[in-house]
Design a protein around this ligand. Structure first.
Ligand code: PXG
Length: 455
């Protein structure tokens, strides 16, 4: 199959896939330098396992599992078949006041793999939707509990929680906020990147407790009686694989409990095995009240997110004194629990459990760590961070040209058969868990050649 796709594309070998300049300008691409792309299109026309096939007939290693989502490998047959079946049998069904069985089946499968009592799954259509859903859920929770003044939301610098209103507000990447005017008023914890932790392998040693203790001051500023929730990623992916130093997340949880504040984990990127454990919550032994999911939920094959709520949170909504026709949580999307996405999700969960994907990631992780850290000492590299099957390499930038060097590196890698994601001053790696050690070698060899070669 893969060979056939490659052969087919070899025949065309046209990097534009026959698209006219007008067609290239018609699609306004997200988070992309559109002008550069139109001059130098990088078009993907097929995917299988850990590889993409480019329009000009090349096989390209997918070093970020798409956008951290296709971790179990591309072209999964059971997922494709499930989507096709659903498209034929039930293309759409409403989830407002009516429902379809696949939604309940998937929710139960997801709850079964989640830690603790995160037993209730609210479906969204993306990670961004999950951010806004989780934050609205937290505020509405306190209202249901008779404390409607608990509204303040606390995020963290360098965090990424998608691009919708609340997620943009609580996100901590300046560039993603600066062009959009006043947002929702939220507060931010400091980020957890410390110079003394540079080149740590896995979870860094230093500073975790002191960093988490900053939460005490932020809560005191607002007064705990006004604070709804703290939202953090167990590990920030887009921020550049920013890790929580030892003890950090446990301490955050203690402070939240002490002040009666909800703790929300954004596991959109870390969920479903990326850290070498089912979820970050498992790895760090910290149970959030609410967890955000997306990406791995369908292995990237359909657009879907979810917010999982603990019994405590769910019960507060259900136990409101409301008549039967009344809605407990006034929130949802036309495409919440879309049948095609549910079908993909059910098949993806069967792969996650049946093929022990978290264990597979954990098995490959030490080799990946070793190979990535072998790059230390090369020109431009100022830090390497990793955990599970995630890593980032800081490469800096020439003076006054933020973003230039990682971009140059990525463009050169594409020419050499490697899809490499970059942002700010780093390049990021999140290979599919099904990768072979030899593929990790090839990935790191290309990086070792390319990173020092650019200016
Ligand atoms: N939360 C987290 C932690 C994420 O990583 C979102 C929310 C938003 O999800 P949606 O589905 O709305 O995109 C994300 C998305 C990158 C990269 O290169 C990361 C994401 C998306 C695109 C690129 O690091 N994360």
């Amino acid at each position: 199959m893969a060979a056939q796709i490659a052969q087919l594309q070899q025949a065309s070998a046209d990097p534009t896939a026959g698209l006219s300049p007008q067609a290239l300008a018609s699609f306004w691409m997200p988070f992309t330098g559109n002008r550069d792309f139109q001059q130098n299109p990088r078009l993907i026309t097929g995917a299988e396992g850990a590889y993409y096939f480019s329009a000009d007939g090349r096989k390209i290693y997918d070093s970020l599992s798409g956008l951290w989502c296709s971790s179990f490998g591309h072209g999964r047959k059971t997922i494709a078949e499930a989507i096709a079946r659903a498209a034929k049998d039930l293309d759409f069904a409403p989830s407002f006041q009516f429902g379809h069985p696949m939604a309940f089946e998937l929710a139960q499968k997801v709850a079964a793999v989640l830690p603790g009592d995160l037993n209730h799954v609210f479906f969204t259509t993306s990670g961004s939707g999950s951010a806004d859903t989780a934050l609205k859920m937290a505020r509405a929770y306190w209202r249901a509990k008779g404390q409607p003044q608990k509204l303040a939301l606390i995020g963290r610098m360098k965090a990424y929680h998608g691009v919708n209103g609340l997620g943009t507000s609580i996100g901590g990447i300046g560039g993603n906020r600066k062009t959009f005017g006043p947002l929702v008023d939220v507060d931010h914890l400091p980020h957890t990147l410390l110079p003394e932790n540079a080149f740590s392998r896995g979870v860094p040693e230093h500073g975790g407790i002191a960093l988490a203790d900053q939460l005490e001051q932020i809560i005191a500023l607002h007064d705990a009686s006004n604070v709804a929730a703290v939202l953090v990623e167990p590990m920030s992916g887009s921020g550049g694989v920013v890790l929580p130093p030892k003890g950090y997340l446990k301490r955050l949880k203690e402070i939240c409990d002490k002040h009666n504040v909800l703790l929300i984990f954004d596991e959109v990127l870390t969920g479903f095995g990326r850290l070498g454990a089912p979820f970050g919550a498992n790895l760090f032994g910290v149970q959030p009240d609410i967890m955000m999911l997306a990406k791995g939920l369908t292995n990237g094959a359909a657009t879907m997110g979810a917010v999982a709520a603990s019994d405590k949170v769910y019960d507060a909504f259900m136990q409101q004194n409301l008549p039967p026709w009344s809605v407990e949580f006034l929130h949802g999307y036309t495409y919440s629990a879309h049948p095609l996405a549910c079908a993909a999700g059910i098949a993806a969960m069967d792969i996650f459990v049946g093929e022990k994907m978290a264990e597979r990631a954990a098995e490959l992780a030490p080799y990946f760590e070793q190979q990535v850290h072998n790059l230390k000492g090369l020109r431009h590299i100022t830090d390497i961070r990793n955990l599970g099957m995630a890593a980032a390499i800081d490469v800096g930038n020439p003076d006054g040209k933020p973003g230039q060097r990682p971009w140059q590196i990525s463009m050169e890698c594409w020419k050499r058969g490697l899809y490499l994601r970059y942002s700010g001053d780093n390049v990021q790696l999140g290979p599919p868990f099904i990768s072979e050690k030899s593929e990790i070698d090839t990935l790191c060899n290309i990086l070792a050649d390319v990173i020092p070669s650019v200016e």
